[in-house]
Ligand binder design. Structure first.
Ligand code: EPZ
Length: 422
């Protein structure tokens, strides 16, 4: 397994180009299952998760072609040959469960493995299944697989979600576009990736209103046409790279960054004394004067502070002035980066869903272990300013969500290299 070596101490200066959003692309790709016409996605990020989703869709009979070095993905599904998403692929990537809604809408049946536990939590699918059952699907759990049927097709309904689940909102939204009659999703997730999915579906002829709010209304249509759709900027990659100059010092411009995608996150950065400036091409970040100040963080569904930026924020707060309290309200086990940061000299106390971080002057480089996608990048961020060398192992987690992280950080002055496993 490859590892990434970071030598701390270099200030960062220059531009980092932000890619298309992984979590938007993973919801947009299954949309091909809703139509026989071609769907072309542009600005797609070049990540292993995208390749995994491509393999899954191909296993169902869809044609998926990466063009222009992976920045464009052309999809079409004339005749599907399978409606089964196997455990070995769903286990690797939970987003595979996003074929459930489209397969039910298109074929009237689907067999999708439950994802099983992952590093950050149990991640059940009860909200997905309850929502699709409200549209008339019959779903039974057998040998670890959800066996779903919608004999006679799906029918629109009012569907209240017990929690604003991103994936459940996406599965329901895709299924409802082809259901008979109208569907209302109450307590829908409001993430920008939901808005991106809805705008792609609208291009294809879907009738959707209210995406981005807690109440989404969908009027079912008989069929959807093809479309070409640009994937929205990745707000989590954006927030990750905005933290790099805050930790290492210097000034970095994140090209393609949009303030409206990271409002709650930027409010916290500014409270910590960081200057964020909107420019012609993106967002410029500089550490105003000396160490950032401690701030408290609570993760919430959008538009609150994103759970996917919690680990990266903790890495920054490890060397802030003062004591910060981070509360993780979305996942039950998302502090695995804390013990690794403590190996670097961070002063962190974790009690259940709350982590208390006392800022120290400087961290010390150490060999550390990546456990999940966002934890691994938080260790790289911590290494940027640590004394000496930090070796982050198991970076396959990283490659799932960050394209060429060593190139992007190296280009602005970080001393970072990837060591291929011998
Ligand atoms: C999406 O996961 C993202 N993944 C996650 O990003 C992100 O952390 C999460 O939303 C929250 O923003 C993709 O978009 C591919 P949820 P998702 O359903 O849809 C519980 C990353 O690093 N829940 O909103 O799976 C669940 O266990 C990944 O890019 C149920 O209990 O998130 C969790 O505690 C990590 N039952 C909470 O809700 C359900 O049926 C939020 O889950 C569904 C979810």
């Amino acid at each position: 397994m490859d590892s990434i070596i970071v030598n701390g101490g270099s200030e960062l200066h220059g531009q980092i180009h932000i890619a298309g959003a992984k979590n938007a692309a993973l919801a947009l790709m299954p949309v091909t299952l809703l139509t026989e016409e071609p769907l072309t996605l542009t600005n797609t990020p070049r990540l292993s998760d995208i390749r995994t989703m491509s393999q899954l869709l191909q296993s169902l009979g869809a044609e998926v072609t990466a063009l222009n070095d992976g920045r464009v993905v052309a999809l079409s599904s004339h005749g599907l040959t399978s409606t089964r998403a196997d455990y070995d692929i769903v286990r690797k990537m939970r987003a595979s469960n996003l074929v459930l809604g489209p397969l039910l809408a298109r074929e009237g049946r689907a067999v999708v493995s439950l994802p099983g536990g992952c590093a950050i939590g149990a991640r059940p699918m009860d909200i997905h299944t309850t929502a699709l059952e409200a549209l008339g699907a019959e779903i039974e759990l057998k040998d670890g697989y959800l066996h779903a049927e919608a004999r006679g097709g799906l029918k629109g309904a009012v569907v209240p979600l017990r929690f604003a689940s991103v994936g459940a909102t996406e599965n329901l939204l895709m299924a409802a576009t082809l259901a008979k009659g109208s569907t209302v999703i109450e307590n829908a997730a409001r993430e920008p990736e939901i808005v991106d999915l809805a705008s792609c579906l609208r291009r294809m002829g879907a009738q959707i209103e209210g995406d981005g709010t807690s109440r989404i209304e969908i009027q079912g249509v008989d069929r959807l046409s093809g479309a070409t759709h640009p994937v929205v900027t990745d707000r989590i990659e954006l927030g990750t790279y905005m933290l790099a100059p805050v930790i290492a010092g210097g000034e970095v411009e994140c090209v393609g960054g949009r303030l409206d995608l990271v409002t709650a996150f930027v409010e916290k950065l500014e409270a910590a004394g960081v200057e964020v400036e909107e420019t012609q091409v993106g967002l410029k970040v500089r550490r105003a004067n000396g160490r950032p100040s401690a701030v408290d963080v609570v993760t919430e569904p959008f538009p609150g502070f994103p759970t996917d930026l919690q680990a990266q924020m903790m890495a920054m707060l490890c060397t802030a002035e003062g004591t910060s309290v981070l509360e993780e309200r979305i996942f039950e086990n998302r502090f695995m980066h804390a013990p690794e940061l403590m190996r670097m000299g961070a002063d962190i106390e974790v009690h259940g869903g709350t982590a208390t971080v006392k800022g120290v002057e400087r961290l010390k480089g150490a060999p550390v272990m990546a456990t999940d996608l966002r934890a691994s990048v938080s260790l790289i961020l911590a290494g940027l300013a640590a004394e000496g060398e930090t070796q982050v192992n198991r970076v396959y987690h990283l490659d799932r969500g960050y394209e060429h992280v060593e190139e992007k950080l190296g280009a602005v002055g970080a001393r970072i290299e990837r060591v291929k496993e011998r």
